[in-house]
Structure formats: structure tokens, C-alpha cells
Design a protein around this ligand. Structure first.
Ligand code: PEP
Ligand code: MG
Length: 590
């Protein structure tokens, strides 16, 4: 038999919060909530059982309220996530259905709750959407906290941990993550979860390295094992050898140095050596991420993905709810602008609470603007909320997944109708609000000259533009090597959009991941893309490389790049010409 303690084990997950940490593992379990018994309840005792369930919900709710109130200052902005959990306690799908099951099946509350949760999981099981998976995780966290109260299990008391450790768990709820004391917890490792999980968002705010989606971490790692967590690559190393430890200690200090240097200058303007000014903005999914955009020196929000507000609950949000959230973001960002993208859910995401038929190929289906045009009441509610918020700062409206002129016309008509209804109601809004479209479908890039006549700006969404142009599923590992931002076809397509925008006097933004990778910046600059938006943590590095470039040189360089016929050729040229500049800003190829 091997002594597993001696063997170095590498586990690959998803890096959700960058950074490297080394330390002892501390396993947190959720004892008592996984195994529950079923028993029947006498007719006469049914009301008592329902009352028991209701009081478990109340206790869980009170506990969460206490956590919200005692959330440390630095995490206050995340209290919103916990507020959404509070709303879930009374959600029909959870609360109503559990009571119904106790009554109809005359079973104990634990069993009823377990059944309801497993039905929801099955319902969402076939959906590959990361967002939605994240929301199911929220649903499970909420139900587990009720279950803990029902079975009398002790909740994980993260706040009570009194040594410096790395937390390892099947899953950690946002409520638990919020109790983390930075001086105690070095990092996070979980079996479940991914990039868009709330836990990931909180870990990024706290700037502690985190890897999720490891599947078997809790089975492989034991308490007090020495582990290395690399939140950059998503790797967790268990029982590292001395050699590995030294290597990662070096990497850790290089990364900390890099982060410090790069963040120190992040408030300097994004201006090239020869005085060409760019705007570097942040993409956000949750209102509370605004703080990181400001902290990392962002010049505004270039993309506010609004799907989350719809997917964090199981019914459509009201106009007032949306308005309040948009207004919060605008007010914090003022005087900087905020581009709000209208709902970009696809058929499979909407099915949870809206009757839309199942689609075989949702990525090519009723998503983005197509969904909104099919559901005018949902679209109008959001447009009214955006317009109302526009009275409080600088907002732009952005339509996703535009593939033809008719969609732009129809969407603009809806904006006009929403504006009209606000005017009639005497509610203020920005009458000159700018309207733009995502260029993320190849047909929109080809028809850019026609579409330019209808809008104030373009925003190139490279995540989807690459997916649709190269026919490469953006989340399929098997074809990840073909997902090439610097493929000559993509460079040509971006050039076309940038040239059309220039000739038509339409502004052009780029808000896909491509904009956040320093290696792409010389070419984007050379193509004349002046407005970039990215995940907030990428802002400092992108600003730094911009300050090290010369725009005229980049233009000349890009002319040569356009002669290349393969991505490899393009990359070789980039590293030949800009390798040392990239090296100077601390860039390492991932
Ligand atoms: C894109 O497609 O590039 C984009 C920014 O949108 P999303 O990633 O939300 O699809
Ligand atoms: Mg997109």
C-alpha cells in the first residue's frame, strides 16, 4: 500500500480568485444535513409539523440577519448577496412547496424539504449555464440552513476558527464566506462552485486565493494536510514536496510583488507614451462589484451584465427592484458612465419561471435580444427601470446578441415606448440616453455599416464573437485550443468593425475577455479600439501596458500583423516586438 501522505497530489479545479497561498487544510463539513429519515405524520399532527418547519425557517432567517448585521466593514457591499438569500427563504418553490409536500404526503418536514430541493436540482440538472448552476447553489445553501435548524445540526462556525488555515469544504455558502476573518483564513477550496458563484465573488473582494469545482477535494484532503492553492491556474497541490514548496513560495512572492506594483499605479490614466488616451473600464455582474472597479482604477462600467438579478430569484424582478439596483450602481460610479446591457438570458435560463419551451441548442436559440423581443412585458419593465435610473447619472443602454437590423429597430421602438410611458407618468429620465449594440454575432460585424446608422455605439463582445465565428463552444474544454482571440479571422473582423465605427462616427468599445489580456493590447490599440472593458482585476495590468506602448508604433505593427495567416504567426510577432514590454509589466503566459 502506498502511504498517500508521502505522495504529492495535483487537483485541477477552477481558479475563482487569483493569488497563491500555502498552509494547513481545515475541513468544514455540513454534518447532519445530508442524511435525513422519512417518517409519516398523523393527520392530527400535520399543523404542528408545518409549524416546526416555519420556525426552522424563522430561526435560519434570524441567524442570517445576525450575520448580515455583523458582516465586517470590508464586506458590507456583499450583504446584498445575503439579502437575496433572505428573500429565498420565503420563495414559493422552497417554502410553499415544502409546506405543500408535508400536507399532501403527510411526511416529516426534513423529508419534504429534501424532496423539494432534489426536484429543483433535477429541474436544473441539464442546464450547463454557469450562472444558473450558481443560483441552484444559492438555493441549496438556503435550504441547508433550514435543514440545520430542523435536525439541530451545528452550523459551521467559521468565525470561531482560531488558527491560520485554508478552508476546504464541499461547498461554502456566501453567509459562511462573509464570516471569514482575513487574519485567519488564507484561502478557500471547494468541491462545488465555479467562476460565477457568490462565494467566488466574495473571495475576489477579500482578495484571498480560491479554487472551486474540484469535485473530490474533501475526499482527498485531510485535516492539517499541507496544501498549496493556486487561484491563478485553479490548481491545488496536496502534500507538496520540498521542491514544489520552494517553487510555489517563489511564485507567491512574485505574484504579490506583481499585484502590489500593478495596483499602486492603477489610478494613473491609461495614456500611451505618445499621448493617445484610452478608457479602461470594468465589467460587473453584481452591483457590489462596483467597489472593485473603483479600487482597481476603472474609468467606468463598460458592461453591466444584468442577468444575475433575474437568475438569483425564481420570479421576474419588479421594475422598482431593478431601478433601485441600477440607481445604486450609477450613484456609486458617478460621474463615470455605466453601460447597462439588457437581459441576455437564453431559453434554458428562462425556463425556471417563464414558460419557454425546451431548446436543443440554446446558444443558437431564444437568447439575448430575441428573448426580450418575444417577452415585451419583461423587456419593457427592464427598459423603464434603466431609463428611470438614467435620471441619476450617465447611463448607456446596450442590446445583446443583435444579429440583424430589424432587431435593432424593434428594440429601439421598445425604448421609445418605455420613454413615452415614463413621460406620461411624469417620471424623469435622460432623453438623450445613448443606445448601443453588442457586436458578438458575425452577421452584425458584416452588417456593421448598416447597423451603425441606428446606434450611438458598438461594443465588441469577443467571448461570443469568437465562439460564433470560429464555431468553437466557449465552455468546451475539448476545443479550447481552437478558441483563439488572435486568430487572423478575429483580428480582421475587429478591424472591420473598428473601421466602420470610425467612418460612421460611432464609438466602439470592446467588453469581451480579449480586452483584459495584456498580450492583445498592442493589436487592439493598433486597430484603433480606445475603450476597453474587462473583469475589474485585469484593469491595472491593462493600464500598465498601455502606458508602456506607443500608439503610432502599434498601428504600424498591426499592419504587419494583418499579413499573418495563423494565430501562431500573430503570437510570434507579438512576442518578438512586445515580449520585453510584456515582461517588464510582469506578464507571464498562462
Ligand atoms: C461577450 O460575448 O463577449 C460578452 C461580453 O458577453 P457575455 O460574456 O456576457 O456573453
Ligand atoms: Mg456575449
Amino acid at each position: 500500500m502506498f502511504d498517500t501522505n508521502e505522495i504529492e497530489i495535483h487537483l485541477q479545479g477552477i481558479g475563482v480568485s487569483p493569488g497563491i497561498c500555502i498552509g494547513k487544510a481545515y475541513l468544514v463539513g455540513r454534518e447532519g444535513v445530508d442524511i435525513v429519515d422519512k417518517y409519516l405524520i398523523d393527520e392530527a399532527d400535520l399543523q404542528k409539523e408545518i409549524k416546526r418547519f416555519k420556525s426552522a425557517v424563522k430561526n435560519a432567517n434570524d441567524k442570517l440577519q445576525k450575520i448580515i448585521e455583523s458582516t465586517p466593514e470590508g464586506l458590507r457591499e456583499n450583504a446584498y448577496i445575503l439579502e437575496t438569500h433572505k428573500v429565498m427563504f420565503k420563495d414559493k418553490m422552497l417554502y410553499g412547496k415544502t409546506i405543500e409536500t408535508i400536507k399532501n404526503e403527510r411526511v416529516n418536514a426534513e423529508w419534504a424539504l429534501k424532496k423539494v430541493v432534489s426536484n429543483v436540482k433535477i429541474m436544473f440538472n441539464n442546464m450547463t449555464d454557469a450562472y444558473l448552476q450558481g443560483r441552484v447553489a444559492d438555493f441549496v445553501h438556503v435550504s441547508e440552513s433550514i435543514m440545520q435548524n430542523l435536525v439541530g445540526a451545528k452550523a459551521v462556525d467559521i468565525a470561531a476558527i482560531d488558527k491560520r488555515v485554508i478552508l476546504v469544504a464541499k461547498d461554502i455558502s456566501p453567509a459562511e464566506t462573509s464570516q471569514i476573518q482575513l487574519e485567519k483564513i488564507k484561502g478557500l477550496v471547494t468541491d462545488l462552485g465555479g467562476k460565477t458563484s457568490h462565494t467566488g465573488i466574495i473571495a475576489r473582494t477579500l482578495e484571498i486565493p480560491a479554487v472551486q469545482g474540484l469535485d473530490n477535494a474533501t475526499r482527498t484532503i485531510k485535516n492539517d494536510d499541507i496544501i498549496i492553492v493556486d487561484g491563478n491556474s485553479g490548481m491545488v497541490i496536496v502534500h507538496p514536496t520540498d521542491h514544489t514548496l520552494i517553487e510555489f513560495e517563489e511564485r507567491q512572492s512574485r505574484f504579490e510583488e506583481y499585484r502590489a506594483v500593478i495596483t499602486r499605479d492603477s489610478h494613473l490614466p491609461a495614456e500611451t507614451i505618445d499621448g493617445f488616451k484610452l478608457k479602461v473600464m470594468g465589467n460587473i455582474e453584481l452591483p457590489e462589484e462596483v467597489v472593485s472597479v473603483i479600487n482597481y482604477g476603472g474609468d467606468g462600467i463598460g458592461l453591466f451584465r444584468t442577468e444575475f438579478q433575474y437568475l438569483s430569484q425564481f420570479h421576474f424582478p419588479s421594475e422598482d427592484e431593478l431601478f433601485e439596483q441600477y440607481k445604486d450602481v450609477i450613484e456609486v460610479m458617478a460621474p463615470r458612465s455605466v453601460t447597462i446591457r439588457t437581459l441576455d438570458i437564453s431559453g434554458d435560463k428562462a425556463v425556471s419561471y417563464a414558460a419557454v419551451s425546451e431548446e436543443k441548442n440554446p446558444v443558437l436559440g431564444l437568447r439575448g435580444i430575441r428573448y426580450c423581443l418575444k417577452k415585451p412585458e419583461v423587456f419593457k419593465t427592464q427598459l423603464r427601470a434603466i431609463l428611470r435610473a438614467s435620471a441619476f447619472g450617465k447611463i448607456k443602454i446596450l442590446f445583446p446578441m443583435i444579429s440583424c437590423q430589424e432587431e435593432v429597430m424593434a428594440a429601439k421602438k421598445m425604448v421609445a415606448e418605455a420613454a413615452d410611458s415614463l413621460e406620461k407618468a411624469g417620471l424623469p429620465f435622460d432623453e438623450n440616453i445613448e443606445i448601443g449594440i453588442m457586436i458578438e454575432v458575425p452577421s452584425a460585424a458584416i452588417m456593421a455599416d448598416v447597423l451603425a446608422k441606428e446606434v450611438d455605439f458598438f461594443s465588441i463582445g469577443t467571448n461570443d464573437l469568437i465562439q460564433y465565428s470560429l464555431a468553437v463552444d466557449r465552455v468546451n474544454k475539448e476545443v479550447a485550443h481552437l478558441y483563439q482571440p488572435l486568430n487572423p479571422a478575429i483580428i480582421r473582423m475587429i478591424k472591420r468593425v473598428a473601421d466602420v465605427a470610425k467612418n460612421s462616427h460611432v464609438k466602439v468599445f470592446m467588453c469581451g475577455e480579449m480586452a483584459g489580456d495584456p498580450v492583445n493590447i498592442p493589436i487592439l490599440l493598433g486597430l484603433g479600439i480606445k475603450r476597453l472593458s474587462m473583469n475589474p482585476q485585469s484593469i491595472p495590468a491593462v493600464k500598465k501596458i498601455i502606458r508602456a506602448l506607443n500608439a503610432e508604433d502599434a498601428k504600424r505593427f498591426t499592419k504587419d500583423v494583418l499579413k499573418e495567416t495563423t494565430e501562431t504567426g500573430v503570437l510570434e510577432r507579438v512576442f518578438q516586438t512586445y515580449g520585453s514590454t510584456l515582461f517588464d509589466i510582469g506578464y507571464t503566459e498562462s
